[in-house]
Design a protein around this ligand. Structure first.
Ligand SMILES: Nc1ncnc2c1ncn2[C@@H]1O[C@H](COP(=O)(O)OP(=O)(O)O)[C@@H](O)[C@H]1O
Ligand SMILES: [Mg+2]
Length: 236
């Protein structure tokens, strides 16, 4: 039996733009189990990035609770949030966000230096994501798919429990996108990480264990999938 790792409990996050209030999270509640591959699906503007920012300790809700590992992170101090971001969360972004003046290896080393977990060896982690021969290349010398592999290695090397991915295939061609998704899924199953991918790409909804569909900052639909499709079997 899996245990609950993450719970959003009636979370609200409102942005004021001029005189308009935008409810990016609108009484939002869901749970995610430990070790799960959870896909959060929704169109642009439905609140996906806001959820990841809150769960990643980069933003806080206006109301409600965000429980991670039985602790409510919504009242964390700045210092507690910093430690949480460093130790508990790995982030993978649409546009990779690598440091352009550092090599692949240096990018991974930098991330694993700031945390207090037992980090994985940066060089070994790059081997595992298929970049054994490219460690000394700068990001500009790598393809988009290769840069995303470096970003995944960087997120995994600091050995967090949770991997948050914001449209990780959004900037990639189909083939590279499939291979990055496969790498994310395989890596998280191997290292027993909880994987959360947010996307607007409907084609991905068959590959996860749990799919949460958003509409205007609330859960519109949820599904648990007993036998997810192999990633090679989807197209978009
Ligand atoms: N910092 C912000 N200031 C004002 N509005 C914001 C801010 N962040 C997000 N929003 C608004 O909140 C809604 C949800 O945004 P977001 O979480 O980025 O959605 P998604 O990632 O699904 O596209 C959108 O209407 C967006 O314009
Ligand atoms: Mg977004």
């Amino acid at each position: 039996m899996s245990r609950v790792l993450i719970e959003f409990r009636k979370v609200r996050r409102t942005f004021k733009v001029g005189s308009t209030n935008i409810n990016a999270c609108n009484n939002l509640s869901f749970v995610i189990n430990d070790g799960e591959f959870c896909l959060i699906l929704g169109p642009s503007g439905s609140g996906k990035t806001t959820i990841l920012n809150i769960l990643g300790g980069m933003d806080s809700p206006d109301d409600g609770a965000v429980i991670v590992n039985e602790i409510d992170i919504s009242h964390f101090s700045q210092k507690e949030l910093t430690n949480y971001r460093r130790n508990d969360i790995g982030f993978v972004f649409q546009f990779y966000n690598l440091m352009p003046n550092l090599t692949a290896l240096e990018n991974v080393e930098l991330a694993s230096e700031v945390n207090t977990n037992k980090s994985l060896n940066p060089s070994d982690t790059l081997d595992k994501v298929g970049l054994k021969e490219r460690k000394n290349n700068f990001p500009s010398q790598l393809s988009g798919g290769e840069q995303q592999r470096v970003a995944i290695a960087r997120a995994i090397a600091k050995n967090p429990d949770i991997l948050l991915c914001d449209e990780p295939t959004g900037a990639l061609d189909f083939e590279s996108g499939i291979s990055v998704l496969k790498l994310l899924k395989d890596t998280c199953k191997t290292y027993h990480k909880t994987l959360i991918i947010v996307t607007h790409n409907q084609a991905l909804k068959q590959i996860a264990d749990h799919v949460i569909t958003l509409h205007n900052g609330s859960v519109a639909h949820q599904e648990y999938i007993d036998e997810p499709l192999d990633i090679e079997d989807i197209v978009w």
